[in-house]
Design a binder for this molecule. Sequence first.
Ligand code: HEM
Length: 191
Amino acid sequence: MEDTIVEVNYGPLKDLIGVWKGDKGMDVSPESDGIEENPYYETITITTDGDTSVTNAESQKLSTLHYRRLVRRKSNNNIFHDQTGYWMWDAENNVIMHSLNIPRAVSLLAGTKLSENNFKNGKLSFEIEAGIDNKDWGIIQSPFMKQKALTKNYKLKIEIENGKLKYEETTLLDIYGKEFEHTDTNELTLQ
Ligand code: HEM
C-alpha cells in the first residue's frame, strides 16, 4: 500500500516554524538577598519533527510543533535556561497550547482560545497563561519546588510579525518567604 502524505494545517503556528535568535534578552530572577539581572541571548528552534498531526480520543485533532529553547548569559556564554516542549493548535476550537518543561522539575501547560482580534495587519499577538489554581491550564512541580520555590503563575505575551518575534514572560514565584515576579523579555529574528 502506498503511504499517504497528509499536509498538516498549522494555522497560526505556521509563523513559528524555524530557528529564532535574539540577543536583547533581559532576565530578572530571584536571589535570597534580592534580585539578579542577567542580560542574555537565546536560540529557539521550532520544528515539524515528530508526530505533527495527532488525534486524541478519535476526535480532537491537534497540529503540533516541537521546540527547544537554549538561553545563554552574556557575561560568560553559559547556558542558564534550557526549555523544551510543544506548541499545539486545535483548529476546530481555535485553541493554542504551549507545554513547557525545564530541568528544575517544573512543567506546565498554558493555552488560550484565539479570535480574529489576535490577527491584525499581518501581526499575530496573543497571551497564554497557566496557574496553580487555573482549572484548565496547570503547573506541575516537584515536592521540593512546591515547598521552596513554588511557581504560582506563568504568563507569556507574544507578538510575531514579518519574521520578528517579541515576548514578555512573567513567572510568579513564591520563594525565600515572598512572592517574586521572575521576568524575561527578548526580541528574536527568524534565521
Ligand atoms: C529566559 C528565560 C529564563 C531564564 C534566563 C531564567 C533564569 C533563572 C535564574 C538565573 C534563576 C535564579 C536561580 C539561579 O541562578 O539558577 C531562576 C530561577 C527560577 N526560575 Fe527561571 N529563568 C527563565 C525562565 C523561567 C521559566 C519559564 C520558568 C518556569 C515557568 C522558570 C522557573 C524558575 C524557578 C522555579 C526558579 C527558582 C529556583 C531557584 O531560584 O532556586 N524560569 N531562573
